[in-house]
Design a protein around this ligand. Structure first.
Ligand SMILES: Cc1cc2nc3c(=O)[nH]c(=O)nc-3n(C[C@H](O)[C@H](O)[C@H](O)COP(=O)(O)O)c2cc1C
Length: 165
């Protein structure tokens, strides 16, 4: 992340995300492609800020609304950043990261993702976890996974979420 690794429990304040760009949304969609080979270069705070904000950043401070829509605005998605330095939890309101672990778990994540080597080789990985209880309160237990609407890694990330509180 371009500095000495933070200790477990410390908070990493992220720079404000950019909310304008030169390319259009249509151009981005037309050019978008999945890639599975990555440079071995760590991303910096500015890049993490942008990616995390795009995933679950706050766009309406008073109401707490976010970049990603959510059924009932209940926001069941928790985002974790995994790098060679360890595991961080993203806190959208404060736009900061809390360090949860110092271990490099990218190989374990690669195994959890059906041994895809590209996962283990990525300098930064965002893990999205759905906390179904948040949506279940309004939509019921059966509807909660659908209302959460995301590819989740729920069981494997449940332990991480508990640590994040
Ligand atoms: C819900 C979802 C899960 C996916 N899971 C994987 C995955 O585990 N591994 C992978 O390499 N690509 C994965 N992909 C990417 C698809 O393989 C990719 O979108 C598809 O081949 C079309 O290619 P494109 O994204 O370059 O247009 C996933 C895509 C979606 C929407």
């Amino acid at each position: 992340m371009g500095r000495s690794p933070p200790k477990v429990g410390s908070l990493v304040k992220l720079p404000p995300p950019k909310q304008t760009s030169r390319g259009s949304f249509e151009e981005t969609l037309a050019r978008r492609r999945s890639v599975r080979e990555f440079d071995d270069v760590a991303l910096g705070d500015a890049e993490h800020s942008q990616l995390l904000w795009a995933a679950q950043g706050i766009t309406h401070r008073t109401m707490g609304l976010r970049t990603a829509p959510s059924a009932g605005a209940l926001y069941p998605i928790e985002v974790y950043l995994v790098t060679n330095e360890g595991v961080y939890h993203y806190e959208p309101r404060a736009h900061h990261l809390e360090k949860l672990m110092s271990a490099d778990v990218r190989n374990a994540l690669s195994n959890a993702a059906l041994r895809q080597e590209s996962v283990g080789g990525a300098p930064s990985i965002l893990v999205l976890a759905g906390v179904y209880e948040r949506t279940a309160k309004k939509y019921g237990r059966l509807a909660a996974p659908r209302a959460s609407q995301t590819p989740t890694y729920r069981r494997r990330s449940a332990a991480l979420h508990k640590r994040a509180g």
